[in-house]
Design a protein around this ligand. Structure first.
Ligand code: CO
Ligand code: CO
Length: 323
């Protein structure tokens, strides 16, 4: 969408603190207060509708957390095939989302529903607040910074295998639980330390979102140590079988030339770098002297999958190098 928008004249306002490429829009109200605005919605990705509601809410809130904000109010976005589907299904979706909002301490203030002849779609628009001095952005990192990823990768590949009924219940539950986990705790812990940059990993996959970080930073690159990437169980198995979802294939087509793989990186792991994530984790950039302390605090705070996955490099600029 941003590529298209760049050709259209938009209102510029000095109080608008973010570019269109950021996770959420931030607008300054006072020197010490800004609002954070975002929205996200999608089709069901799990069979259980209550869980779908939880995941959709966690996903919509994530862009506020990724910018260092505190979400405060939200509105439902609902597309529902009311002729084909029983309203009790919608009720379960909304109940799942409401439980997540409660956990996040976010008030639901309304919403909008349209009849969609095809399929249910659900999500939320979210408003948060942030101190303008404490905004986290994508590209503000320094050469030598270490990168931490806070959730495992592979939701696209697992959800694709799920459609073919190939996933065991245990794996399905683990992935669903991860997608439904708020990025709240991770960002709270990160903000206790001096974080340089942050983004959340969603539809463009790890490589796509890392590229956004590099693009925002203008003059740096990123190196990823691919064997260290935290993966959900069976991602390797399914990726080796070629169960690569269309979104992941699109990501590779879109950003493939920005990523340089060394010869040792097997094909299946290359695909993981592009796997389209739903409600994925955060990537946090921090000074190398502080990374172990942050990792320890994340693990102690319940962000168990947090892992150091790479670092910021000087050359090649504007590229992701994967070893
Ligand atoms: Co985002
Ligand atoms: Co988003």
């Amino acid at each position: 969408m941003n590529e298209v928008l760049h050709e259209i004249p938009l209102v510029s306002d000095p109080n608008l603190l973010t570019s269109l490429g950021e996770d959420a829009g931030i607008y300054k109200l006072r020197e010490d207060l800004a609002i954070v605005v975002t929205l996200d919605y999608f089709n069901p990705i799990v069979s259980e509708v209550y869980m779908y509601g939880q995941i959709a809410a966690a996903n919509a809130l994530s862009d506020v957390y990724a910018m260092g904000g505190k979400p405060i109010i939200a509105m439902n976005i609902v597309c529902f095939p009311s002729a084909e589907m029983d309203l009790s299904i919608l009720k379960e979706v909304l109940r799942g989302a409401a439980d997540k909002l409660k956990e996040a301490n976010v008030a639901l203030v309304g919403g909008h529903t349209v009849i969609d002849p095809k399929e249910i779609k659900y999500g939320l628009s979210v408003v948060g607040i942030v101190n303008p001095q404490k905004i986290l952005t994508k590209g503000n990192f320094k050469v030598g910074d270490k990168l931490i990823l806070t959730k495992a990768l592979g939701t696209g590949i697992i959800n694709n295998a799920l459609k073919g009924k190939m996933v065991d219940e245990e794996t399905e539950t683990e992935v669903a639980r991860s997608m439904a986990t708020l990025n709240k705790r991770a960002v709270e812990i990160a903000q206790e330390m001096d974080i340089h940059a942050c983004t959340d990993i969603t539809g463009f996959g790890l490589a796509g979102h890392l590229y956004e970080m590099v693009e925002e930073s203008k003059d740096k690159g990123i190196k990823i140590d691919s064997p260290s990437l935290p993966l959900f169980p069976r991602v390797e198995e399914f990726a080796k079988m070629g169960l690569i979802p269309p979104g992941t294939q699109r990501n590779r087509k879109f950003r493939g030339e920005k990523v340089e793989f060394s010869e040792e990186v097997p094909e299946w792991r290359q695909w993981v770098m592009f796997d389209a994530q739903t409600s994925g984790g955060l990537v946090l950039a921090i000074h190398p002297d502080k990374v172990e302390e942050l990792l320890k605090r994340l693990h102690e705070g319940g962000v168990e999958k947090a892992t150091i996955i790479g670092e910021v490099i000087e050359e090649p600029k504007g590229k992701i190098v994967v070893e």
